[in-house]
Design a protein around this ligand. Structure first.
Ligand SMILES: Nc1ncnc2c1ncn2[C@@H]1O[C@H](COP(=O)(O)OP(=O)(O)OP(=O)(O)O)[C@@H](O)[C@H]1O
Length: 517
């Protein structure tokens, strides 16, 4: 493991082979012809403080000794106040469809790529600072992120990784006393909030919007270069130039991603095409939410009046976004391939349905496919919806009872509502029959369920409690959540004492997630 003084970005930075806007100032502009622009982090000025660092990321991705988090250079590095050797700082130009409408050029308005790092395992990671100040793509924004949204992104990226859901990662978060205004108090007074920066990582940050802007602007050479790069470095089994296979791969991986989200009750909140990674990893943690009680119409983003990005709509939106990807690839496809691309999009529902059922099969502890499994899952979800049963804890607690002798204690609180449902006996009989047919013991079923159904997920009320504390310079809950959510299947005494596997507290009901971040 390395110390900070031994650490440097890997050279050459492969991203600099793309056309980069030669102007080195961070002023706002349209930059036709470029895939990146030079952009320099703007240092944070006042009272820099490290909030938290992920030891898993430091050790297992960055080859960094975690004790380096105490090194004062570490906080300066995360803040963008001090660059490490080999850094070539750039911001990416992309576009996107937002809420169904073409939004034109967007780009990294507050994220700056510092460089790439090939770690000791041979894996390449792009490191980015989110909230590092203005870039050429900032439009009217200040390039900053508030502590509130930064804590949410930091905690959720690492929590999703621990749940086995493909995601960008978060290495660390720093906060300053440089204040910005995002919202107002109800009495109209300005609400000043501290700014923060998150160091986040992904194998690549290219999105559907990265291709869309190039196709729209007829920059076909650049389009081809970005897709070829993505195939060469991230999808090595695809033959170069096979853009149809690229579309199929993204579509299959996306169907797998959204089925994992659905299985964990995760609702992203802003599924615009600029937030859809070409590698089908979860990116951009904004107004997301995990389901509390099972309400398929759940919309965590309180600016999403029509519920376009509700929990239930997510697979449909993924398919819509895949059609936008096919549109963006159009200049690279022959007439015949374009027809095949349309047929590929048409297969999304079937691929998604297969993924969905295979995950829910495991959530119910079943080791192999069984006749009537679809009916079993549907019976359960219908009861949960009608009784507003807790999504996470219903699955978890079903893995803690014996199907042939159901005795509920206080610890099975989520099951009480569904056991009195008229369909419950039909559900249990079918469940018992399928378990017997698949030849697994009830103990084995419970063991499997406890390994796939988490005890803890990052409910918005938990993130909110950590944020309220952190805004008073107390990071204990942020550290606790980071620790507990890195092992979401294991019971933690402090998490229990704070009710993290209990029903949400009353104040959680009125909680809304602001999209200003
Ligand atoms: N404070 C800000 N200053 C400048 N640009 C911003 C700011 N907030 C958002 N943007 C830009 O607005 C667009 C949409 O914002 P969105 O919240 O989806 O992205 P983000 O969270 O900033 O970035 P990412 O998708 O990389 O996580 C992006 O182009 C983003 O860079």
């Amino acid at each position: 493991m390395k110390s900070l003084s031994e650490w440097s970005f890997t050279e050459p930075n492969l991203l600099v082979q793309f056309p980069i806007d030669p102007i080195k100032e961070n002023y706002i502009r349209r930059v036709p012809g470029c895939v990146f622009s030079h952009a320099t982090p703007t240092p944070l000025k006042t009272q820099l403080q490290l909030v938290s660092a992920s030891h898993d990321v430091l050790e297992n991705i960055l080859d960094l000794n975690p004790i380096e988090e105490a090194n004062p250079v570490f906080a300066k590095f995360i803040a963008g106040n001090q660059l490490l050797p080999g850094s070539v700082t750039i911001a990416h130009r992309y576009g996107g469809y937002q809420f169904g409408y073409w939004a034109d050029q967007l780009g990294d308005g507050r994220a700056i790529t510092l460089g790439e790092y090939v770690n000791s395992k041979g894996n390449r990671w792009e490191l980015q600072l989110k909230g590092a100040g203005k870039t050429p793509y900032s439009r009217n924004g200040d390039g900053r992120a508030v502590l509130r949204s930064s804590i949410r992104e930091y905690l959720c990226s690492e929590a999703m990784h621990a749940l086995g859901i493909p995601t960008s990662r978060a290495a660390a978060i720093v906060v300053s006393k440089d204040m910005v205004v995002r919202d107002q108090f109800y009495n109209g007074r300005m609400k000043y909030e501290p700014t923060a920066v998150v160091l986040r990582l992904a194998p690549t940050w290219f999105r559907i919007g990265s291709l869309e802007i190039l196709t729209r602007e007829k920059e076909i050479k650049n389009l081809k270069q970005v897709v070829d790069f993505t195939i060469e470095h991230h999808m090595p089994t695809i033959p170069q130039g096979n853009y149809l296979k690229f579309l199929e791969t993204v579509l299959e991986q996306s169907a797998a991603l959204v089925s994992l989200w659905m299985a964990h009750g995760f609702t992203h909140g802003v599924l615009n095409t600029d937030n859809m990674s070409l590698l089908s990893i979860t990116i951009d943690y904004g107004p997301f939410g995990f389901l509390d009680s099972y309400n398929p119409s759940f919309v965590p983003n309180h600016s999403d009046d029509e519920g376009r990005y509700s929990y239930l709509n997510q697979p449909k939106i993924f398919k819509w976004n895949m059609a936008r990807l096919a549109d963006a690839l159009q200049p690279l496809l022959s007439a015949e391939e374009q027809k095949e691309a349309a047929a590929t999009i048409g297969r999304f529902d079937e691929i998604y349905q297969q993924q969905f059922i295979s995950i829910f099969r495991r959530k119910l502890g079943l080791s192999k496919a069984a006749k009537d499994e679809d009916k079993l899952v549907q019976l359960l979800l219908d009861m949960m919806q009608q009784r507003r049963a807790d999504f996470t804890q219903t699955f978890r607690q079903l893995g803690a009872i014996h199907l042939d002798n159901i005795e509920l204690g206080e610890e099975h609180w989520a099951l009480h509502s569904i056991t009195t449902h008229p369909s419950f006996s039909e559900f249990i009989s079918l469940y018992q029959k399928i378990v017997q047919e698949t030849g697994i013991s009830d103990e084995e079923r419970c063991r499997v369920m406890n390994g796939v159904n988490p005890r803890y997920v990052l409910h918005n009320w938990m993130a909110e409690a950590a944020i309220r504390q952190a805004e008073k310079d107390d990071f204990h809950l942020t550290h606790l959540l980071s620790k507990v959510l890195s092992k979401p299947y294991d019971k933690d005494d402090e998490a229990e004492s704070l009710g993290f596997s209990n029903p949400p507290p009353d104040w959680a009901c009125s909680l809304r997630v602001s999209c200003s971040s």
